[in-house]
Design a protein around this ligand. Sequence first.
Ligand code: F6R
Length: 619
Amino acid sequence: MVCGIVGVTTDEGFSQEPLGKIIKEALKKLEYRGYDSVGLAIVTNEGSLEIRKSRGMIDFVSRKLGFDSISGISGVGHTRWATHGRPSDENAHPHTDCSRRIAVVHNGIIENYKKLKEFLINEGHSFTSDTDTEVIPHLIESFKRKGYSTYEAFKKTIELLEGAYALAMIDLDEPEKIFFARKMSPLIVGLGNRSNFVASDIVAFIDYTRRVIVLTDGEIGYVTPSKVVIEKMIRKEGVITWVPIDIKSRIRSVEWSPEMASKEGYDFFMIKEIHEQPYALASTLSAVGESINEIARVLTRSERVLLLGAGTSYHATLITALLLRRYANLWAEAVIASESRWWLNALGQGDVVIGVSQSGETIDTLRGIREAKERGALTIAVTNVIESTIAREADMAVYIRAGPEIGVAATKTFTSQVALLSYLAVKTGELRGVLKPSLANEIYSALRETPNVVARILKDEEKKASVLADKMSVKNNAYYLGRGLGLPIAMEGALKMKEIAYVHAEAYPAGESKHGPIALVEKDFPVVFVILSKDEEELIKSNIEEMKARGAYAILVSPNNAEEALSLADFKFILPVQHEVASAVSYVIPLQLLAYYTAVKKGLDPDKPRNLAKTVTVF
Ligand code: F6R
């Protein structure tokens, strides 16, 4: 369901590189989506269809099957994350029709594939895989046998599919065309020079072009090296019509450069992205302006605000809800997106629902936004990806500008989310007359300082995080404790440690830890405490003492003026004093670094943690 797809069509003279190598490199850029198998199909210069696919990682499969040496004019490629059918060579994409002249790659799930397969088997088609995808090339073949052209047969097939799909297809009968369709799975067209592309993500073809068309649900079409055709399917009272789309008005230029999407000499994307945070924050904060002020005005008129997010984005919503309550006296609550249906039935007109999602594609958050809209609430998207599904479906959208994030674990998008949403909360407080303009201005300038503060923390704390990682890398468990704004930061630190370093790290409100969790603490048990401001020192001091009395190894993330708390700690990250709102942006940095170095010291790949995918489009 988080497979990656790529399609490329080229003119003579487009590149010296064989097309197989170009497709392989594009697929490598999609590795972050998670996969178990890889494959490609290429129309060769001699006019045959070359299909090579296997279970395994891209470099291994490419070496085994010789991707780099396949020349051709057009082709499709795929990284598969198994849903229907176990990971195997047969189930790897592309899938073909009986004549092996049509090749299809697919991301998504065809819900009615069993019925379609039965029909096709009765028609005499034979299947070679257990996948839902394989019905697609056979259906196209079936329509072609009835006299339809390739494109008409493709459209007829799409009309029959139920479920979610991003598709790319080639047919030897029209070798210069890549056919595509999208419903509920992302798909982007890239407009190149003597070439055109389709892919699940812009990063796949960013070496060749930054001019893109983000497809929306129900769109279908094809590209040749010099032409793009897109039509939209409109289904009304059971009748389907196809409406042509004006291409020119849909072309966008993305700011990402190819360098931004590659590792630039860092060992892993995660550490590169951790170091990019000063730029990501500066870019996000520089774009704060009328659109976010407009959202603040909307919030001032709202009855209640519900914020939805998953994983790291949920932690950003927790901070925002605390700030809206504290600084804007507004009823605001953060809810894990997959649990939101238990809240949304109590909301309606006058309420605002904010969906926070880095990718803009997380299905739980999307579903929450859809339901909120149906109930009459006003919906707002906060994402990093222009024209992502959540951004398009919400009533209003605002973007963080963190640049592409490739590492599976969110880092720079988290701090950018927190910075943007904190500005929003403070602005709302100011507009509601709750916050004096002088205090609001003080917080805005603290937020504007965060790129510099984060740069300083990175410089001062990285070595220390790597030293502490030696200790953490031999531990199986840890607690992360905080109060108030420090709690979501502790939760984010624990999530990072869990997901990339496989240490069971549990976050808890510091005051609550003595009501159960403390029972686990014994000699040398690591406990991380997060304090954002001196105000919290007094209370957290007693929590540190309680833990230390049971033998805990106390690690403290704290401003440098919380001297008494710091004097109790066994290991300390002593950070610059800032307004607590700004500290909520920057104090997570040592915890990101700690998780990263713990993973590396354990010999793990932090960019590709097991069982995880960057974009989660399954419930
Ligand atoms: C954690 C992480 C995930 C995502 C979550 C939501 O490091 O990356 O927990 O935060 O899957 O993703 P988005 O923000 O794209 O909705």
